[in-house]
Unconditional design. Sequence first.
Length: 244
Amino acid sequence: MTRTDAKDSALVLFSGGQDSATCLAWALDRFATVETLGFDYGQRHRVELECRDGFRASLKKQFPKWADRLGEDHMIDLSVLGAISDTAMTREIEIEATANGLPNTFVPGRNLMFMTIAAAIAYRRGLKVLVGGMCETDFSGYPDCRDDTMKALQVALNLGMDSRFLLETPLMWIDKADTWRLAEQLGGEALVELVRVETHTCYVGERAELHAWGFGCGQCPACKLRKRGFEAYQSGEQVTSEPV
């Protein structure tokens, strides 16, 4: 990982899912140099990682204005996170609520680790902005998706690395319907279709059937939220957020 001198630069946490794909387009629309970062932490829906290369390639092909801006991709083995987690995202167990009210899809420390490693890579690469798809509107109650968490983390990272990173979360205050609308604003129907077909959200990793809203089992919380958001987007309605 050699250092770049790009001043107008960003590193996007890109999982291969709808939210991070939309954030990638958002960054490409704003920054001269955009690199991507993915994590393999033993996630049950590891198929999302297999979508990353295809989505990046399609972006370059279908959106020439962004092709020269899309830089290197980084993949980090974070299997230690899966090893210390006992969640429905890292184990073949039923998705359900836990005693503390959070769904058992919550992976403690995940976004904290993601952003810390992203900052370390950005430090070495000379990238100034860290972009993540965290959202406090449709976030299942995950505490590491909250705006306060991201702001506190930005302070801690800048103090700890003596830097001036900016943590951007474009989806923080919008729902899934507006996330689809943002994709349309950025790249028209072509980008909406690319997100629909080339990204993956389903928690159980089901990718056999293509629905109107994309691939997935249609029953897990992530699929239900994505489906509800897509239908609201098509109808022009807002999505009433509820815990998933």
